[in-house]
Design a protein around this ligand. Structure first.
Ligand SMILES: Cc1ncc(COP(=O)(O)O)c(C=O)c1O
Length: 395
């Protein structure tokens, strides 16, 4: 893989950043694209006929094309949102509001899900929509056939492509195939999958992801809506920028995708998102996945040698990019604090927005190290040394 580290100014801070599942660092190319937009092209889009507005509109729409093509979608099938959480809230409410999800319909989820792929569906229970859950084992591992078993009679399955806690890359191909056979709609929570693997929307009905977890800025994400739902789906947000004709009594809407994007969007964010996608493709998604898998496998191998470390997740070839662990008898916050203070290592601790999964693992929280393309094997080795020191000092 090409040497990417020189593109990342955060490395001037001498930090070992292993909190990529929460948010990633940004390369100069993304920072520059955003700054350049604000310096030279800033204007509101779609409504102006002056030069700056036309330039900004062009940049925004080109960004849409770019991000859509990254996941194999058509530009009109991709709407910009504020991130994965906003995409899933939009989707759940729009599906219900359009009558695609109705009273008595069943949505299949799993125990692995991030709160952002749980609460929006829970909020539909007041409309009589039912939830069914595929359970994981005591190490937090999902057997995809358990999801398949629950699909009969369901209307939608909404599942993460890669767990933000256990690092399990879910076999979504198997779930999509079974769902198609049974006429079940598929939404993939791609917040962790899209940044770390090559993804194509083929077979999916909906896909959500966030720019900030894939080198882009915060405050922007995407929702892929398969072409066959673009007309049927009613917008959830309404207001300026998405209309055709408005009277005091009623309104008609613009064509998709504008119909789904009410208000002034995050234009600079879209430009930065496209620059991030350009950057990732210049490195190559297969290369990135291979690199992260090597890092995580190395971490697993080394951590298995430490008898005071408890590991979660599949720990086999399904395991990529993220590792959750605990040092027996030491609170995760204490581990993270010492690693940060003494060694400049940034990891995350807590429930990782997955309280049901924590309950299944029988813990209140875990330590989580999550990798990206700029991390190195040497950094993993420093983490392992750090864990030994924590154990020595307070174990
Ligand atoms: C699997 C998963 N889904 C959804 C989200 C929510 O993403 P965001 O906070 O960008 O909306 C996250 C964030 O950590 C995640 O890991």
């Amino acid at each position: 893989m090409k040497n990417v580290r020189e593109d990342f100014p955060y490395l001037e801070r001498k930090v070992i950043y292993l909190d990529n599942a929460a948010t990633t660092q940004k390369p100069n190319q993304v920072i520059e694209a955003i700054a350049n937009y604000y310096r030279r092209h800033n204007a509101n889009i779609h409504r102006g006929i002056h030069t700056l507005s036309m330039e900004a509109t062009d940049m925004y729409e080109k960004a849409r094309e770019r991000v859509a093509s990254f996941v194999g979608a058509k530009a009109k099938e991709l709407i910009f949102t504020y991130g994965t959480t906003s995409s899933i809230n939009f989707l759940a409410n729009a599906l219900r509001g359009s009558g695609i999800l109705r009273e008595g319909d069943v949505v299949v989820l799993t125990e692995l899900e991030h709160h952002s792929n749980l609460l929006p569906w829970q909020s539909l229970k007041r409309y009589g929509i039912e939830l069914r859950f595929a359970r994981v084992d005591e190490k937090g591992v999902l057997d995809e056939s358990k999801v398949v078993e629950l699909l009969s009679g369901a209307r939608l399955v909404s599942i993460t492509g890669l767990s933000n806690v256990t690092g399990q890359k879910v076999n979504i191909g198997m779930i999509i195939e079974a769902a198609k056979k049974k006429g079940v709609l598929v939404h993939i929570d791609g917040a962790q999958l899209v940044p770390h693997a090559k993804v194509n929307v083929e077979g999916m009905d909906f896909l959500s992801f966030s720019a900030h977890k894939m080198l882009g800025p915060t405050g922007i994400g995407a929702l892929y809506i398969s072409e066959r739902f673009l007309e049927k789906l009613e917008p959830f947000f309404v207001g300026g920028g998405m209309i055709d004709r408005v009277t005091l009594e009623s309104s008609t809407y613009a064509k998709p995708p504008e119909k789904f994007e009410a208000g002034t969007p995050n234009i600079a964010g879209a430009v930065g998102f496209a620059a991030a996608v350009d950057y990732l493709e210049s490195v190559g998604m297969e290369e990135i996945e291979k690199h992260e898998r090597e890092l995580v496998q190395h971490a697993i191998e080394e951590m298995k040698k430490l008898d005071f470390v408890e590991l979660y997740g599949p720990l086999d070839e399904r395991h990529t990019s993220i590792i959750s662990f605990n040092i027996k008898g030491i609170h995760p916050h204490d581990v993270a604090h010492i690693l940060d203070e003494e060694m400049g290592i940034a990891i995350r601790t807590g429930h990782h927005c997955a309280q049901p999964l924590m309950r299944k693992l029988g813990v209140s929280g875990t330590c989580r190290a999550s990798f990206y393309l700029y991390n190195t094997k040497e950094e993993v080795d420093v983490l392992i040394e750090g864990l030994k020191k924590v154990k020595e000092w307070i174990g």
